[in-house]
Design a protein around this ligand. Sequence first.
Ligand code: B12
Length: 226
Amino acid sequence: MSNFLVLKRMSKKNEIRRLIEVLLDFKGDKIKEYCQNKLDQGMDPYDIFNELSLGLDEIGKGFEDQKFQRYFTSDLIVSGKNMKKAVEILKKYFKKTIKTRGSVVIGTVKGDVHDIGKMIFTITLESNGFKVTDLGVDVGKELFIEKVKEENPNILGMSALLTSTISHMGEVIDQLEKENLREKVKVIVGGKALTEDFAMKIGADAFGKDSIDGLRKCEKFIEAQK
Ligand code: B12
C-alpha cells in the first residue's frame, strides 16, 4: 500500500476515534464544542449530523459484535443523548421556508424508542415547508390511524430501527386499508432496519434511505397531488 493510502486510512481512523470520544462524553460538553467548531468552519448542519452518524454506526457495530463486544447498552444511551443534544443545537441553523407545502404525521413504531433519525427527518421536512405532527416513539397503530383521521395529512411517515419492530409498519398500512383511508394518504417509511424491498412488500408508497431522500420523495407526492 502506498504511503498516501496508509496516511489517509490513519487519518480516517483518527477522525472516527475523535467522533466516538465526542459521542461517548458522559458530561455532554464535547458535543457542544464539536458542533460549534464545525459550524464556525462553515460546515452545513446536515453534514454535521451525517458525520456524527458515522460515529454512531461504529458504536452500533461494536455493540453488535458477538466475538469482541466493544460497546454496551450504556454506550448506546450516552451516544443517543449526545446526538439528541446535537439535534437541539443544530436545528436552529436549518433555514426555514415560510410557505406550507404539505402536511406529515410521523412516529416511531410500537416497541421502538429510537427517535434521532426521525427527528432529523422532521427538521428537514419542517425547514422545507412541511407542517409536521410528530407522535413520538412507541406509537401503536391505533394512534397512527386516529391522527390520520383527525389531521387528514398528505403523508404518513413511520420510522423503525429494530428488525423486531418493522413488521408493525405493515400492520398500520393494513389498518389504513381496512378503514378505507389508504387512498387518502401517502405512506413513507424509513430507518436503519429497513430496505426498499421491504417497504414495497408491506405496501408503502416510498422508502427514504435518509432524510434528504425522504424529503425528495415527499416533495414528489405533493407535486403529483397538484
Ligand atoms: C443511539 C442508539 C440507541 C439509543 C436511542 C436513543 C434515541 N433517542 O434514539 C438507545 C439507548 C435508546 C437504544 C436502545 C436500543 N437499541 Co439502539 N442504537 C442506537 C444507535 C447507536 C444509533 C441510532 C441512531 O440514532 N442513528 C443515527 C440516525 C440519524 O440514523 P437513522 O435512525 O438510521 O436515521 C436516518 C435514516 O435512517 C432516515 N430515517 C430514519 N427514520 C426515518 C423515517 C422516515 C419516514 C424516513 C423517510 C427516513 C427516516 O433518516 C435519518 C437521517 O438520515 C444504533 C446503531 C446505528 N448506527 O444505527 C443502535 C441500534 C439501532 N440499536 C440496536 C439495539 C439492538 C438496541 C436495543 C435492543 C439494545 C438493548 N439490548 O437494549 C435497545 C432497543 C430499545 C427500543 N425498544 O427501541 C441495534 C438494532 C439491531 C436491529 N437490527 O434490530 C442497533 C443497529 C445497534 C447494533 N448494531 O446492534 N439504541
